[in-house]
Design a protein around this ligand. Structure first.
Ligand SMILES: [Zn+2]
Length: 468
């Protein structure tokens, strides 16, 4: 479809905040000026793009992406990650603070990242900071520089330069984040439960699964919620894999704890029973669990218990994945834990959502609107509504394609979705009204956190001067 910078986009399936219907969307100066009944607008001297039955969605907001540049750019870099994002219908990513070197745990480290990303972002790009042992004094300066919140690990992260927090570090970090009004995002697995679990290396997925039991998630979440209660911090549980944590979250919310949670496409679309021996493309932490757990995650998603479905795109090189087809051992215990899926999240989730009777509007709520709200970007991203950025995706909900890892824009040709047939194809992506073309110059912007509701007066005043 040859479209570049339309004034009007028309589709019989536009996903609006109140549901899907035929509509025209008027774009001015990179923003959505208004929506109107299908067929009612003219483009004047501009261009009209009629998508027919191809759906028009707001661009996805993926708040959980590990870009890894600088320092581990051979795992994934800004150019490859953001081109993959655009090709997958994702128009905003928020980069995780670890796996790059340096990690984003000081304002200086954030500056290094920002300079590395300059001129290489095909989509809009923001940054999380990290809360690690000993950097409490760095949190407020980082927040003033515009990070969207702070990630902490309760168990080892997998890289030495981003240590996990013990009980005292966690308490101190949460107290400081409550004071400045920041959102604490947490990798919740408990190191003591992990240490006590059976450790049987090898190619059998069930042995790996036994080494990362659901109890590690529930113990960590319980501990986190206690600390959130005491400190008043706003907390978000990253990549919930075990449905057993959901009752804890419900209880905490009923008690007034400000807690949200996300899950990921791989927990919703893959299951332990399907993982072939030695196929370490499926390794992530916490792990993909069994089919009955997957059904329970879908039930919770349908009930609105997850704010967001985001990729946790965390690739590495094929040799660190120890993949047998690259001469590796296929040992789940030793392989890098992380799943590459940035370009595939939308079709993967849609394929399964559709099978379960969900609508495109549901998927948009989970993958665009919810994550935008999580990071305070709901005023500009995540919806087709007047005043929002014209970040849009042409999506063919019936288009089938077979995944070939080598055909993805990801830096490395490794993904657990390889060989699967997915339903739902991205036909075009616009960022602030301009079509994104991976072969042309990038025009993504670096985003800073907008002023946060619930921030302390002091922090709010600081934000007003630092975060435009
Ligand atoms: Zn992650």
């Amino acid at each position: 479809m040859p479209f570049s910078r339309p004034t009007v986009i028309r589709s019989r399936r536009v996903v609006l905040p109140d549901g899907e219907r035929p509509a025209d969307v008027l774009i001015q100066d990179g923003k959505i000026a208004r929506t109107a009944p299908h067929g009612s607008l003219t483009a004047g001297p501009g261009e009209l793009t009629d998508l027919g039955d191809t759906a028009l969605l707001p661009g996805l907001v993926d708040t959980h992406v590990h870009v890894n540049e600088p320092g581990r750019t051979e795992w994934e870099g800004f150019a490859t990650a953001t081109r993959a994002a655009a090709a997958g219908g994702v128009t905003t990513i928020i980069d995780m603070p670890l796996n790059s070197i340096p990690p984003t745990i000081t304002a200086a480290g954030l500056g290094v990242k920002r300079r590395a990303a300059e001129g290489q972002a095909w989509v809009d790009l923001g940054f999380w900071g990290g809360a690690v042992p000993g950097n409490v004094a760095d949190l407020e300066p980082l927040y003033q520089e515009g990070v969207f919140g702070f990630k902490s690990f309760l168990a080892p992260s997998g890289v030495d330069e981003f240590p996990h927090v013990g009980a005292a570090d966690l308490e101190a970090a949460l107290a400081e984040q409550a004071r400045i009004g920041a959102l604490a995002i947490i990798h919740a697995e408990d190191p003591a439960v992990l240490a006590a679990a059976p450790q049987q290396p090898g190619v059998h997925y069930r042995d790996f699964l036994a080494s990362r039991p659901a109890g590690a998630e529930t113990a960590a979440v319980a501990r986190l919620l206690d600390a959130a209660r005491r400190t008043g911090a706003r907390v978000h549980i990253l990549h919930v894999s075990s449905a057993a944590v959901l009752p804890l979250l419900r209880q905490a919310r009923a008690d007034g704890v400000r807690v949200t949670a996300e899950t990921c496409p791989h927990y919703l679309t893959l299951a332990a029973e399907q993982v072939p021996d030695g196929d370490t493309a499926f390794k992530c932490c916490p792990p993909i669990r069994d089919e009955s757990n997957r059904d329970a995650l879908w039930e919770a998603l349908a009930n609105g218990e997850f704010t967001a479905v985001v990729s946790d795109h965390s690739p590495s090189t094929p040799d660190l994945k120890l993949l047998p087809e690259y001469g590796g051992s296929g040992d789940f215990a030793a392989a890098w834990g992380g799943i590459a899926s940035l370009q595939l999240g939308l079709p993967a989730v849609w394929t399964e959502a559709r099978r379960r009777g969900h609508t495109l509007a549901d998927v948009v709520r989970w993958m665009s609107e919810g994550p935008a709200r999580l990071v305070g970007l709901a005023g500009t991203k995540g919806a087709i509504a007047a005043g929002h950025d014209a970040d849009l995706v042409a999506f063919d909900p019936e288009g089938e394609f077979a995944v070939r890892a080598s055909g993805l824009h990801h830096r490395n040709p490794v993904t657990p979705y390889a060989g699967r047939t997915l339903t739902g194809a991205v036909r075009g992506t616009w960022l602030r009204g301009r079509e994104v073309d991976p072969a042309a110059r990038p025009f993504g912007r670096q985003l800073t956190r907008p002023a946060t509701r619930g921030a302390t007066a002091k922090a709010a005043a600081t934000q007003a001067t630092t975060a435009p």
